[in-house]
Design a protein. Sequence first.
Length: 540
Amino acid sequence: MDRRNFVARTVAGAGAFTFATCGGGTGDDPVLAVATSQPSSPAIAQFLTWDGGSGPSRNHWSEKLALPWVHRGRGDWLDAQQEPQGSRPHALGTVLVGPLALDVTALVNRWLASGLNRGFYLRSTQDWAFTFAGRTSPDLAARPTLTIITNDATDVLPCTCNAMWSPSSFKARDSRESFLVAKGNHFAALQFDLSKATGPVKKAILNLTCRSLKYPGTLEVFELNPPEFRSDQGAHKQRTGIADGFAFDRGLAAHPSVLFAGDFSDLSKRRWQAGGSAPTTSQVRNPKTGTTYLRGLIPKAELWGCDLERVVVGGTREGLPASTETELYGRYYVFLEQDWGSELDGNKMPGWDGRFGWWNSMGYWQNTTGNGGARPTGLKVRNEKAKRWEYEGASMRGHGGPRSNDGNPYDDLFWLGGYIYHLDQIGAFGEPVKWQGVVMAKGQWYCIEHYIKMNSIAAPFDALGNGVALNDGEYKVWVDGVQAYERTNFRWRRHPEMGIQGFWLNWYHGGTSPAPRTMHFRMDSVVIARSYIGPRNEHL
């Protein structure tokens, strides 16, 4: 899907492009002192890049949010005619050692009129790099500024970011003190806070200071064209599903397409047939929704927080799957509390389980592959030593991003994605995939729905019934009723008895690094169905 489809078109001031966070579900909590009401959530500004080490890189406009460039390497810009990757700069000037002033009046006036302050994109025609003083340079007079002249006043605005990246590096750089610009090898993005500026502007001058160079050359100024993202439904029409006919999911469990629908009022093994949750996990009643959500946690210095699973396919006495489910939708609500976020690693989140393994006499599947670095084969095998059937399946969990802890303005936003074990993964561990253009904020409920359709299997078949796995497995995700991801070429299984084992509500820090602090999350309103479910109807 085109990541520019995830645009929330609400302009709320010239300082940056913003949107209101008013996403899925209510969250008032009479017990816990944590903000939960979406309408009170602050607006989130678009286009804020960062120069402290988690900003632009070869592949991403924002390493923190895992938002990629359309044109990887050099990045994305608009020219003076608003042409993407165009050749006509808004301003240009000859660079010598010392001050450089560039007239950017037309571009600044357009930002003030539209509210879309994307920032400046700098490139050079000189092969040898120019070194410019950055916004934290010890020489205060050399720092980048933007002079705004109106009929009433002259204001000199400090630079809020002077990020630099190179097509030769996968890593974002700390360029706060100084930054380089060179033809084909170093590019820069500069940003200024225009939220207090009022137009029309008679003159806008971008002021830079070159500290060193080998040869003079030309510096060109374009408009940065970063990707946009959403943290709620945004301007998109929400896709409703079978849940739309049931206020707050009441009665939804009786729908013919539904295999399971419920909250966390019951944590017994009758409802959740695997795993458990960390100590001090609690159940909290929400009077607005009439549901009981699980307030879970990943404890400090621990890896594991929750391992509940709603199994949809059990085993027979012979150790075979009792049935085969090949296509299902799974939906849940999630909320990150204010203590959420690790600078050490990301975290696993709920998703599908197709690991199987062998059917334990205690009444559960004991997996052998599909997580923890055990690569799946998709095969049914016979363990002659243990005299049992084993299925070497895979898992398809969600995935959440870490904090950067370097001052990034988006440090309380987290990228979302999947952590997918499959037959074509590179290496022993699962493949991380990003739901590009969608991020999760703290203090807000989100509706996340995972769809999976297992791949087909073709002849020839071996003596145990294992065939050829075709690359037509499907994985789709909706966030607050808006599609966030789609891929249709997965391979997970080689045996037709294998399918979907269950919906796995797994919360895990990393990786192998334990959580640096205790982090709380919430879950509510889980539904598993053979039809698209959609967000709760909270208006009936």
